[in-house]
Design a binder for this molecule. Sequence first.
Ligand SMILES: [Cu+2]
Length: 160
Amino acid sequence: MKSDPISRRQLLKRAGALGMLAVLERLAPAYAWASATKTIEPAQLSGKVIDLTIAETPFRIGNRTATAQTINGTVPGPLIRLREGEEVTLNVTNRLKEIASIHWHGILLPAGMDGVPGVSFAGIRPGTTFTYRFPIRQHGTYWYHSHSAACRSSAGSTRR
Ligand SMILES: [Cu+2]
């Protein structure tokens, strides 16, 4: 019995998946890389004042150029380490052509420091910086993500 050869379509699909992995590795922050041969230095931000920039970052796949929505140039965005009991200031600059926002998922926040743009918070207009400022009242590991039209996410943590 003849075994099924891999069709051209399957081959292209697999090559495409490999290409996407290569692209993701280039866009991903160091902590998101999977490598058995390298020692990884995690991309982390910490302190009482943190600057984040949401932007479109170009990348190449072969001869083609595309863009990804990134935070500080990576997908996912940087790991943010905060300390319980401190107040944090997060200056988020929106370099997109649309309103952006960040949901500090699971973190206890004052009103107006979170939410879907236009509901409890106006959103971050293109070309502007919004300052999120709030006390860190809990410890644990949380993630942050967009509450705007597009999806982007990253992890963060707070420590005692
Ligand atoms: Cu959320």
